[in-house]
Structures are given as C-alpha cells and as structure tokens.
Design a protein around this ligand. Structure first.
Ligand code: PNS
Length: 163
C-alpha cells in the first residue's frame, strides 16, 4: 500500500489545501493529513479546532483520508506510519526556497522518504491561511477561499463581531 503524508499548519484549511489533499488522495492508496503541533508557533485555531475543521471538510467532500497530528519530526512520523512520500503544494517561486530546504532536510533525516510537490491550481496561486485570517479579521468575504462548510465557523471565530 502506498502511503503519503500531507503535512501543514492548516490554520485554517483553505480550498488550496483541499485541492492538494484531494489530488494526492487520487494518487496514493492512503493519505494522512498531518497537522503540525509546534509550541513555538502561534496558531489562531488550536490543534483540536484545526483537526475538527479538517474532519468537517473531509466528511463534506467525502474524502478518504486520515487526519492526525504530528508532534515531533515529520521524517520520523512518516517512518512510523510507513509513508513513502510527503506531498506539498507549491504556489509560486516564493514557496520554493523554504519548501526545498524542508525537502532536503527531511531527505537527510529519512532517506527513504520522497517529497513530491504538486503545482497549485492556477485559481489558488494567491491563497494562504494568513490571507484568509486577515480578510476574516476585517469581516471580509472568505467564501471563495475556504470550503463553504467551515466558512461561518472561521468568520465567527476571527471577525471579532465585525460580521
Ligand atoms: O503549512 P506549513 O506551516 O508550511 O507546514 C510546515 C510543516 C508542518 C510542514 C513543517 O513545519 C513541519 O514539517 N513540521 C514538523 C516538524 C519538522 O519535522 N520540522 C523539520 C522540517 S524540515
């Protein structure tokens, strides 16, 4: 069985993430969406909330994926789960340096593990969780940026009553 890990902060999950995850699910027998737990990083949604948002989206979209959290190194986690690939979306050249650095580091830590990049769909080139949070924070319309089934929850949480 070919297993892939789609790691990320998913703070919150966007339609860009959803596009990459569902494309990965067509290629691999099993896809584990691994939510990073990093105590040094400030997240707007805690681990359980990010997991719950992803679960809602997976159910709504009928996605056959596993949702989990990764607390240590991704390279170790992938080994533990029997995964042979990490799948990441690449939006533009601006993503490349950071992603390349992570891919090479993970390869050194776990030589059996390949990082595969999927080119983001053209309509999601500009999209990021940070941008979604900023728009929602000002009470703006995020309906084109996040799956519809979770949009209200994100707005309610981030708009601070502006909407
Ligand atoms: O969505 P993001 O924030 O770009 O995802 C970053 C993520 C989760 C892929 C990265 O921070 C990660 O792999 N974290 C797990 C800890 C780890 O293995 N760090 C070293 C990676 S080179």
């Amino acid at each position: 069985m070919r297993i892939a890990v789609c790691p990320g902060s998913f703070d919150p999950v966007t339609i860009g993430h959803l596009d990459i995850i569902s494309r990965a699910a067509k290629i691999f027998d099993k896809v584990i969406v691994a939510i990073a737990v990093n105590p040094e990083k400030h997240f707007s949604f805690n681990e359980d909330e990010r997991k719950d948002l992803l679960r809602t989206v997976a159910k709504h979209e009928n996605l056959n994926i596993e949702i989990d959290t990764v607390e240590g190194l991704l390279a170790d986690y992938a080994k533990e789960k029997g995964a042979t690939a990490i799948i990441k979306g690449l939006r533009a050249m601006t993503d490349f340096e950071y992603e390349f650095q992570m891919a090479l580091t993970n390869k050194k830590l776990n030589p059996e593990l390949e990082t595969l990049f999927l080119a983001t769909s053209a309509e999601n080139m500009f999209l990021s969780s940070s941008m979604v949070k900023q728009v929602a924070g000002f009470g703006g319309d995020i309906s084109n940026f996040v799956p519809e089934c979770i949009a209200d929850r994100i707005i309610e949480r981030l708009s601070g009553g502006k909407k």
